[in-house]
Ligand binder design. Structure first.
Ligand SMILES: Cc1cc2nc3c(=O)[nH]c(=O)nc-3n(C[C@H](O)[C@H](O)[C@H](O)COP(=O)(O)O)c2cc1C
Length: 187
């Protein structure tokens, strides 16, 4: 598959089939993710994988309750009230493999570096026919000190990118983007 096709058809996938992503494939994706550039070549990323269905469900339910609570103080989350209150909502869309990319804090650019690794991971997943979606709500929840403790994550680490992976139950499609807004181009 040409790179351009990978780029144009990488979509946030929100419907997954039951087929599990093998450990071998997850390892392949991690090897590709760490090809990302990083400030001073520090490679400040760490990875945590969750394939335990019970734990994924606990994180999903915890996230829903936590985000519902946050709606009081963050009104623009109101649009998600139905999503968070619906008992059938799984924030992971029934994806069965969660890859967390965590930043060690010994580099000032760790968050950016981890986001670049996440991008590489998602594009590589697409190339292998695996769908991905960045779990922003889960990220906020999992960074709570009590949740980190439960997950056995050192408090000094920051979860930058929780990415759910799975074989999509939908087609990979293109999606229209706005034209790039060029603010300046000095010649
Ligand atoms: C930082 C970040 C957080 C995101 N959080 C969520 C999320 O919690 N749930 C979700 O379904 N999609 C989430 N997304 C996916 C975006 O909604 C998606 O990338 C955007 O709508 C563009 O669609 P595309 O990825 O298919 O091109 C997140 C994406 C990013 C980059």
């Amino acid at each position: 598959m040409e790179f351009k096709e990978v780029l144009l058809t990488r979509r946030s996938v929100r419907s997954f089939s039951d087929k599990p992503v093998s450990s071998e494939l997850v390892r392949d994706l991690l090897k590709l993710a760490v090809e990302a550039p990083s400030s001073q070549g520090k490679e400040p990323w760490l990875f945590g994988i969750v394939q335990d269905a019970e734990l994924l469900s606990e994180i999903s339910e915890g996230t829903k309750a936590f985000m519902l609570d946050r709606i009081q103080s963050v009104p623009d989350l109101e649009v998600y009230r139905g999503f968070f209150t619906d008992p059938t909502t799984d924030i992971f869309y029934h994806g069965k493999t969660l890859v967390m990319i965590l930043a060690s804090q010994d580099s000032r650019s760790a968050d950016v570096d981890c986001a670049l690794a996440a991008s590489g991971l998602m594009l590589s997943a697409r190339e292998k026919g695996i769908g991905s979606c960045w779990m922003g709500f889960g990220q906020i929840y999992c960074n709570q000190p009590s949740v980190k403790e439960k997950l056995g994550i050192d408090q000094g680490l920051k979860i930058v990118a929780p990415i759910i992976l799975g074989y999509p139950a939908v087609e990979f499609t293109t999606k229209e983007r706005k034209d790039p807004k060029i603010l300046f181009w000095k010649e």
